[in-house]
Design a protein around this ligand. Sequence first.
Ligand code: SF4
Ligand code: SF4
Length: 349
Amino acid sequence: MTAAICNPMHLETPVKVTISFTHSCNLDCRHCYASCTRAPAPRELTTAEWLAFIDYLYENDVIALLFEGGEPFHRPDFMDVVRHCARRFMVRIRTNGTLLTPALARELRQAGVGTVLVDVMGARAATHDLLTGVPGSFERALAGVRALLEAGVPTQLLLILNRHNVAEVQDWLALAHALGIRRVAILRLYPIGRVKARWREMALSLDEMTAALDALAVPEGLTLMHSWHPNDGNCCWQMAAVNAYGDSIGCTYLRELVHYGSIRTMPFLETWRHPLYRELRAGRVDQACPSCSDSQGSCGGCRSTAFAFHGRWDAPDPFDVTLNQGTDLRALPSWMLSAGPRPPGPAGS
Ligand code: SF4
Ligand code: SF4
């Protein structure tokens, strides 16, 4: 089938950027995409480098920043950066919640942070703590959520759907509702970072995921977001991300798969013009789900999972029921298990 350009528009510059502020963390999640270490690596961008980069983004009309990690609050200079930018951008922060105190939550509110997204990986401490590798992390995450809500910070819960928590997603919705959360998101498990080594243990088939999502009854007052059919967007056209070492990687789910240049050696907007980056933003895909294209305004689904399972950037996204074509999502291609994975053949060269 001939690939066609079908993403909705051409952007000269990104309007939002994800910043993986550190690849360090206080937890040891078996699902960690950043393969975090306890201490930040010396080659992480310094505070001054981050502040200069953020000023550059402001001067180039970026309007929204999403900070994540690693665990951003694990690096002691994070609040200096937040205070520097929270009134100039729409700022969101993704965190494991365990380092949030009532005083820190009030500081976030005063700084003007837009939304905090907290990873809570199950409805029960046993499930969450199994996944994070740290006993007590569930209760500490919930205490962080309560502190945020008490301080008046808009707060959402995130859950990465996997074999360990699939049976308790309904209870997780009830937990979010009981906490007073208004929006939650269920995310896919991506084959990147530490999770790759545990893929067989954690991954679900598409049927198992679809059945779990279809069975959910969302409590009144709670909004649930997810990225399965008919919400399978190809959001590459408007995505930008920089990791803790200053590498421009397009999207945090493309880490390990692309490298568009380092902001230490070239202006970020030059990396935005990298040929592969332009290609992914154009959205040349060989198949698209009509329902998802209609609802998302883009087509072909996620490029990260398409590449991971098919080794081609224009391949169909196997997480979409209309594009799956019998792909077993529990079985990762063996080439994906290597560091800096490249498929065999021309796509990997
Ligand atoms: S909390 Fe997040 S950053 Fe920390 S180890 Fe877990 S997945 Fe990685
Ligand atoms: S890799 Fe997937 S999640 Fe990331 S920007 Fe592209 S479509 Fe969106």
